[in-house]
Design a protein around this ligand. Structure first.
Ligand code: SAM
Ligand code: SF4
Length: 331
């Protein structure tokens, strides 16, 4: 469906759980997290019904995220069911990689080919700090296993943080030289309590690019896939097998081409990552026996109310509290 700002809304991000086996400092509180109760989490059958209906409104791409999607029981069967939804052209997964080594082959067998792994540092001690206890070596083994298993593309998402990983930018960029990884630098967004409360330094992607140019010129990637690749601007180092992407939500907002809806684990459809409104509660009607046409009308209505941009419509600026943290929205 085309929204009133002439954007084709065809991409649904689905957070299947707000739980996680890590506690990244910018994403989740250290302790005292209040998780969505078991009864309030959408069942897989409910998510699949929403996806089937969303396809009728024009959704063709789905990304499964979380919290950490791989911690939810039954996720592999769910992925396999998603792959069978008529009309979906693309199903992908975002994970922190902790359980990837164990699951990679089964995720592949479920039919998934595109995978994003979040990794903010290549130093074990710093990884332990930023994730509050995670072990880097398992994630690295997971990425290598994903490569051997045949996933393509494998995207490595790095949140760039001044004073934390700015000294590792070239190391991350070099990962693209002899492996076809797509390393994507994501500007840190001061959104939600954990991100606001921790004193993390913003680093613009202009600065990140500037530093990477120290390795050699960055050639823009202009293939069809790159143009379809969403908000990432893609480049490659001369002779490298992989690509380097820049997702610059802070310095180069991409609201004008935003094609996304987000389904939270408790069954709310969000029209915008940043704005808590408008949303549509899909769980209540779903559990009260609504028809598919009624569900479709709710989705269409939300699309028609999708804000033009957080600045003009939400009028809150970027640095903001959100009723939900990133872990419950899914990033
Ligand atoms: N647990 C999975 C993972 O970490 O990949 C999926 C969910 S996580 C919320 C999705 C993405 O959001 C991750 O790449 C994470 O780094 C990113 N993220 C979380 N909080 C962020 C923030 N404040 N600014 C920028 N990116 C953020
Ligand atoms: Fe968990 Fe992902 Fe949030 Fe880190 S970014 S706490 S891995 S949901």
């Amino acid at each position: 469906m085309i929204d009133k700002h002439n954007r084709e809304i065809n991409y649904l991000r689905i957070s299947i759980t707000d739980r996680c086996n890590l506690r990244c400092v910018y994403c989740m509180p250290k302790e005292g997290v209040s998780f969505i109760g078991h009864e309030d989490i959408l069942k897989y059958e409910e998510i699949l019904r929403i996806v089937n209906v969303a396809v009728n409104t024009g959704v063709t791409k789905v990304r499964v995220t979380g919290g950490e999607p791989l911690v939810r029981r039954g996720v592999l069967e769910f992925l396999s069911s998603l792959m069978k939804v008529d009309g979906l052209k693309d199903v992908s997964l975002t994970t922190n990689g902790v359980l990837l080594e164990d699951c990679a082959e089964r995720i592949f067998d479920a039919g998934i080919r595109r995978i994003n792994v979040s990794l903010d540092t290549l130093a074990p001690g710093k990884y332990r700090d930023i994730t509050r206890g995670g072990a880097l070596d398992g994630v690295i083994r997971g990425i290598r296993k994903a490569y051997r298993t045949g996933f393509s593309p494998i995207k490595i998402n790095v949140v760039a943080i001044q004073g934390f990983n700015d000294g590792e930018i070239l190391d991350f960029a070099k990962l693209t030289i002899d492996r076809p990884y797509q390393v994507r630098f994501i500007e840190f967004m001061p959104i939600g309590d954990p991100a606001l409360e921790n004193d993390l330094g913003y680093l613009s992607n202009n600065e990140v690019m500037q530093r990477i140019r120290g390795l050699g010129p960055l050639e823009p990637v202009t293939t069809e896939t790159a143009r379809m690749g969403g908000p990432a601007r893609l480049y490659t180092l001369k002779g490298a097998l992989g690509k380097i992407g820049f997702i610059s939500a802070m310095s180069h907002g991409f609201c004008s081409s935003c094609n996304r809806l987000r389904l939270t684990a408790d069954g709310h459809l969000r029209a915008c990552l940043l704005a808590d409104e408008p949303t549509a509660d899909l769980k209540t009607p779903l559990r009260s026996g609504c028809t598919d046409s009624e569900l479709e009308a709710l989705i269409q209505d939300l699309i028609s109310r999708k804000p033009h941009s957080y600045k003009t419509d939400c009028n809150q600026g970027y640095r903001r509290k959100c009723a939900a943290n990133m872990s419950s929205i899914g990033g």
